[in-house]
Write a protein that binds this ligand. Structure first.
Ligand SMILES: [Ca+2]
Length: 464
């Protein structure tokens, strides 16, 4: 009897001891909506690997990002703090911009690095392209990818939104060096595979120690280009093709973890940065990328996977926000957050792990400073005109404005939202700001095209 009891105790303790220093992979898709993958209801796009991830893990059905655009959403994820508070709200960062995520901010990279992890980002940074703001200044040991969006290139004939000048060449960077440039659609089509290949190499090289891998995919942000093999598999539908290409590359990550026997030591957290861009789907929700704050703008298809720790087929309906990722993962690896500043996120580790009694830390959820949800009631503040009120229990698509029928609830939620906005305005921290900024790739020199860099020949692509 005693032996049995000891055995039972030992077994129950084993997973905790064995997972003392789990690897963590955060996959952050660009512009993919709630309804773009099979696991969240899409019936056209073939996403077997993401569906498997969800079937073997935990679907988070009420996970919200912090903003409807790349830069503020990334800044909030990285710092656990509202983008408004740290000067990263408003427009996205452009090439040669003086602004960037303040190096004084405490990031996911720094949290993991302080715990002795190897840290890498493979994909799109987009929180300032100047040397002072790049990932190596924010706790990452390695960076391979592009410093800003893939549409900020000469192929975008509208030019730079602010200067109206043509864009300079789009650099592919390794660490803080430009190693290649994206010259055309063929090069664009190589980004997804090439960056994933480098990420897999990072996993292999760090297989014997704990690592944090941040994979902010370059797609499905426009422009979208894929090679013909991917296009034909997707029946020449470019929007479907870019989603399926992401799925294939997530599959490569899972295969690598399994081949190295790292799957039970690794938490994979998958989500997207903002609502769907053109051609993508918000599923049952109203909203897209940019604009006001309906559900589809900020509610994201989210999966947490960790075989042996997260139960297969789990679903968490508790509200979680992307600002919670930093406090949650810091708690997972026993890292204390700095106490000299406001970090807005709450520890939602129990929600990530799919614990049945997990409770949301957000009594009210704020959609930046333009919306608020409390229980079933959702208030959307418009840039002009009166606020709208929706009952999410009865009307998930936010089709029927009930503001007129419930003026008391509108007043209450508006007061909470105003207080929230005022509190942030009274407690801001500045972004990083340089007196001057430079472009990365003014002189081409001997910088190779991406396809020459990876040794790939010319081929046909499908794109838009
Ligand atoms: Ca985006």
């Amino acid at each position: 009897m005693m032996n049995k009891l000891i055995l039972a105790l030992t077994l129950s303790l084993l997973p905790i001891a064995g997972n003392a220093e789990p690897n963590v992979i955060v996959i952050f898709i660009d512009d993919m909506g709630y309804g773009d993958i099979g696991a969240f209801g899409n019936t056209v796009n073939q996403t077997p690997h993401l569906d498997r991830l969800a079937d073997e893990g935990n679907r988070l059905t009420q996970f919200y990002v912090s903003n409807t655009n790349c830069t503020p959403s990334r800044a909030a994820l990285m710092t656990g703090t509202y983008a408004h508070r740290i000067g990263m709200d408003g427009d996205v960062c452009f090439p040669g911009e003086k602004r960037g995520l303040n190096p004084e901010e405490f990031t996911l990279g720094e949290a993991f690095k302080s715990a002795g992890y190897a840290t890498g980002i493979f994909g799109k940074w987009h929180m300032g392209d100047q040397w002072e703001f790049l990932p190596l200044k924010q706790g990452f040991d390695e960076f391979f990818g592009i410093p800003y969006s893939n549409d900020m290139w000469p192929g975008n004939l509208r030019g730079h939104r602010h200067t109206k000048e043509p864009y300079t060449l789009l650099p592919l960077m390794h660490q803080e060096k430009v190693v290649a440039y994206v010259s055309d659609g063929i090069d664009q089509s190589l980004l997804c595979d090439t960056i994933t290949t480098e990420a897999l190499d990072f996993i292999e090289r760090n297989r014997s120690r704990s690592f944090f891998l941040y994979m902010p995919f370059v797609s499905v942000h426009r422009p979208r280009f894929v090679n013909m093999k991917v296009a034909e598999k997707a029946e020449m539908d470019i929007n479907r093709a870019v989603v399926e290409e992401i799925d294939t590359n997530v599959g490569r990550v899972l295969d690598t973890l399994e081949a190295l026997s790292l799957d039970e030591k690794t938490l994979v957290f998958f989500t997207s940065d903002n609502g769907p861009a053109t051609g993508m789907s918000a599923g049952p929700f109203r909203g897209q990328k940019g604009g006001p704050k309906y559900e589809g703008h900020m509610r994201m298809p989210t999966i947490a996977w960790w075989p042996g720790v997260i139960s297969a087929g789990n679903q968490s309906d508790a509200i979680m926000a992307s600002i919670d990722v930093l406090p949650s993962l810091a708690s997972l690896i026993d890292v204390k957050l700095p106490e000299d500043r406001i970090i807005d996120g709450k520890n939602a580790l129990d929600i990530i792990l799919g614990k049945p009694d997990a409770v949301s830390g957000h009594e009210a959820l704020y959609y930046e400073v333009d919306g608020i949800r409390r229980d079933n009631w959702k208030l959307v503040k418009k840039s002009s005109g009166p606020s709208e009120l929706y009952d999410l229990d009865a009307d998930i698509g936010e089709t029927t404005d009930l503001a007129g029928a419930h003026p008391g609830i509108v007043k209450e939620l508006e007061a909470l939202l105003t207080a929230h906005a005022q509190e942030i305005a009274a407690n801001t921290r500045p972004p990083g700001m340089l007196p001057e900024a430079e472009y990365h790739l003014v002189e081409l020199g001997d910088t190779p095209r991406l396809r020459d860099f990876v040794g790939s020949g010319a081929f046909e692509v499908l794109g838009e």
